[in-house]
Design a protein around this ligand. Structure first.
Ligand code: ZN
Length: 307
């Protein structure tokens, strides 16, 4: 059998297309950019943004700053295609959501710049929304450094955007079958690779082994890194691995895993075709891990429907 490729093909949201220019994040940057009609603004409504479609391709709609943007939460995103880009958190769309899409819906179809802008804006907005108060003293914090830091208004302590690291892994047995599981809270028939958060003091490889052991009772070896993906739902970085199982007996962690089983390639295709199994959407690194094991793209209905 051919040796598997040691990286994942075309993971959405991972092509760097933005020069973040952290050197420009000074106190006067946002007022200046929001007063300049040449600035490109990505406007977030709730967790959605304006997106235009052209066949299978999608582009994030960028507009000029508006007069009331100075009073909104905004952050500097970076430089690209000769323009400065700013994210602005606008009001939720309410019922008038025509033309708006979430990153989950369109992430697999966006151009690299649009994907970078949308993922960064969503991740920063999610962080700002939940860090309005100082973790040391409970006083209000305010955005500084062009939206990349929050500072306590009382003790001056500075707080930085957080990213929660998770491991996600294809587990393969000696017969080259793939382990897929239906987690509690998944839709009926929804099957994916295992994943879990890295704990403090733990390495990535140790987290892979611990999560697989906890969730399905399988020991793994040969843990190999394949790629990673920002996953701002709300604030994760998914780090993808493949690992070999030492055995095939499954002992499920009842409160997290509803079902799990080993699939050959033929079994998985048949289960997708008859509708008994739904695999993760093409925006996710989970889908790429399944396809990496499979050896090529898999045609399957999208689990998050397109507009
Ligand atoms: Zn404080």
């Amino acid at each position: 059998m051919a040796r598997a490729e040691r990286s994942l093909p075309a993971v959405s949201l991972t092509i760097p297309a933005l020069d973040r220019r952290s050197d420009l994040r000074t106190v006067d940057l946002l007022p200046r950019l929001l007063a300049d009609p040449a600035t490109a603004v990505l406007r977030l409504h709730g967790d959605a943004a304006r997106v235009t479609r052209d066949g299978a391709d999608a582009r994030v709609g960028l507009g000029a700053p508006r007069p009331d943007d100075a009073s909104r939460l905004a952050f500097y995103l970076g430089e690209a295609e000769g323009r400065q880009h700013v994210g602005v958190v606008d009001d939720p769309a309410g019922d008038d959501d025509a033309g708006l899409d979430t990153l989950r819906q369109v992430g697999a179809h966006l151009d690299p710049l649009g994907a970078s802008l949308f993922a960064t804006t969503l991740a920063l907005a999610n962080w700002h929304r939940t860090h309005e108060f100082c973790p040391r003293c409970g006083s209000p914090t305010v955005p500084v450094h062009a939206g990349w830091v929050r500072r306590c208004t009382v003790d001056g302590s500075e707080h930085y955007p957080r990213t929660d690291v998770a491991v996600i892994m294809s587990v393969v047995d000696d017969a080259d079958r793939l382990l897929l599981a239906n987690g509690r809270g998944f839709r009926s028939g929804g099957m994916s690779v295992l994943a879990g958060f890295v704990e403090p003091g733990e390495t990535l490889a140790a987290a892979v082994a611990r999560e697989v052991g906890e969730e399905v009772g399988v020991e793994v070896e040969d843990v190999v890194y394949l790629g990673d993906q920002p996953w701002p739902f709300p604030s994760s970085l998914m780090v993808g691995f493949t690992a070999r199982a030492r055995g095939t007996d499954l002992r499920l962690q009842d409160d997290e895993i509803a079902a799990a089983r080993w699939f050959s390639r033929e079994e998985l295709l048949a289960a997708i075709a008859d509708g008994s199994v739904h695999i993760p959407g093409s925006v996710s690194i989970a889908r790429r891990l399944v396809e990496h094991w499979y050896g090529g793209p898999i045609q399957a209905p999208e689990t998050v429907s397109m507009r």
